[in-house]
Write a protein that binds this ligand. Structure first.
Ligand SMILES: [Zn+2]
Length: 467
């Protein structure tokens, strides 16, 4: 009788109990996140990071599909069957050039060239933690439905999810959940910038730069001519446009006319049709530069993502769960770390205590960045949140983000995200009406004749874009 009663209580597992079960695995998930933080593997090279998450999910009983969409580090992990199908996205790629230790002053880690400056080590781990908790809850309550996690590589410039969407991997999914590390707690909804990126490679003729310059044709001249034209073009594009470039190859020695040079471009705008049109003009500048410098030009589109399609109905549900989970406070040690980090910022920063609060719910406009979650959000109703995994005031892609992400502040924010994702998924399994409302909003927001077309066209994943 006693046993039966105990089982009965277990079967009714409340959200509070699910949150507690996630909290009880704080050390395990912190350890996983920390290992991925140390691997710091960049886009499409996240072999160990992806394996660690796959192993964690597989041990928890998820069925694994590895190397999906032609990407060795992409995976889909599924538990359960039938409807609804609720999916959670998990990222794990690091950024090149941001090697940083988990200390509150600039200090790179010897032998490590990259770093988790966007917190994707926390992203993949929290999403896995949430999926496992939801799976346990489905089992305990004998609930029908499918919980799935998508291991999505190369978010930073590699557009990993785009290939997974193009492959139709999301075709049976009802709702997609995601989150992102940040410096505040919010489930407000907004969009992001559509983005197209690629490399322009110029080939000229090498020659002695002093003895026979007339016999050379400089590929670097071509890059500079192209950049000049694009920089002048900035005056004649819509004002929300963002164009940035880095010269990735510019020659090796000043006394050799560079026979090869390469420049890597990003074009962003809230509207993806503008991105496509401006990209075409950038290509023309490259063609013009090649013509004028008598070099040859070849261009490769390496990435392209949609803007995010927000879903207010789903965001409301997520906001309710985020408030239920609540924020967190710092220990004395964390406070000391956070104060030191805040002293490195030159502009005004929010109070440290803001980690204990949730930002007021509402539309938060377009964010400056881009994400390949955008493509997912145009084929399935999608919702996300952000939690304070970084010291308030920390910008993404900074050494301060790597530092906080490698210690307990990162873990605390990560656990908040895991619980909020789990609570939101539970609500979706229990309330078909919310899914229906979300789908209605989704259908209303997409043009009737919408047909998904990847901005990267039909190219294969750019598996070597970070090499
Ligand atoms: Zn990111």
């Amino acid at each position: 009788m006693f046993v039966l009663l105990a089982n009965c209580v277990f079967a009714q597992k409340t959200k509070e109990e699910v949150f507690k079960s996630i909290d009880s695995k704080y050390d395990q998930y912190t350890n996983i996140a920390h290992r991925i933080w140390e691997f710091a593997e960049v886009g499409y090279q996240e072999v160990k990071s992806s394996e660690l998450l796959q192993e964690t999910l597989s041990k928890a009983g998820f069925k694994m599909q590895k190397g999906v969409a032609g990407i060795p580090t992409a995976f889909v992990a599924t538990y359960g069957s039938g409807k609804p199908v609720i999916a959670i996205l998990g990222e794990f790629d690091a950024l090149p050039g941001v090697s940083q230790d988990a200390v509150p002053e600039v200090k790179s880690v010897p032998g490590r060239a990259s770093g988790h400056a966007c917190g994707h080590h926390l992203f993949g781990t929290a999403s896995s933690a949430a999926a496992i908790a939801v799976k346990d809850w489905l089992v305990a309550n004998k609930k029908p439905g499918t919980i799935r996690i998508y291991g999505t590589p190369a978010e930073e410039g590699g557009s990993g999810k785009v290939y997974m969407v193009r492959e139709g991997l999301f075709s049976d999914v009802d709702v997609v959940l995601h989150w992102h590390p940040g410096s505040l707690n919010s489930a407000s909804f907004g969009s992001s910038l559509a983005n197209k990126s690629g490399k322009f490679r110029f080939t000229g003729v090498a020659s002695h730069a002093a003895a026979s310059p007339e016999r050379g044709r400089s590929a670097l001249d071509a890059v500079e001519a192209m950049n000049n034209m694009v920089n002048m073009m900035r005056e004649h594009v819509p004002s929300e446009t963002r164009i940035h470039y880095v010269i990735t190859r510019g020659g090796e020695a000043p006394n050799v006319v560079p026979a090869f040079a390469e420049v890597y471009y990003y074009v962003r705008h809230p509207d993806r049709s503008q991105v496509v049109a401006i990209w075409e003009r950038v290509v023309k500048a490259a063609e013009g530069a090649a013509l004028g410098t008598e070099t040859k030009m070849q261009n490769e589109v390496t990435g392209g993502v949609y803007n995010l399609l927000a879903n207010e109905a789903l965001s409301k549900t997520m906001d309710t769960n985020l408030r239920l989970v609540g924020g967190y406070t710092y220990t004395e040690q964390e406070k000391d770390f956070a104060q030191k980090i805040q002293k490195t910022f030159t502009s005004a920063v929010p109070k440290l205590e803001s980690t204990s609060t949730i930002i007021g719910f509402g539309a938060n406009g377009d964010k400056g960045g881009s994400t390949d979650v955008g493509d997912v959000s145009w084929v399935v109703p999608t919702v996300g949140l952000s939690t304070a995994t970084w010291v308030p005031g920390t910008p993404a892609h900074s050494w301060q983000a790597v530092a906080a992400g490698g210690m307990s502040i990162g873990s605390k924010g990560m656990m908040m995200a895991a619980k909020t994702l789990a609570g939101t998924a539970m609500d979706l399994f229990d309330s078909p009406a919310v899914i229906e409302e979300a789908k209605k909003e989704f259908d209303n927001k997409r043009p009737g004749d919408f047909k998904y077309q990847a901005l990267v066209g039909d190219r294969k994943p750019a598996l070597d874009y970070r090499k």
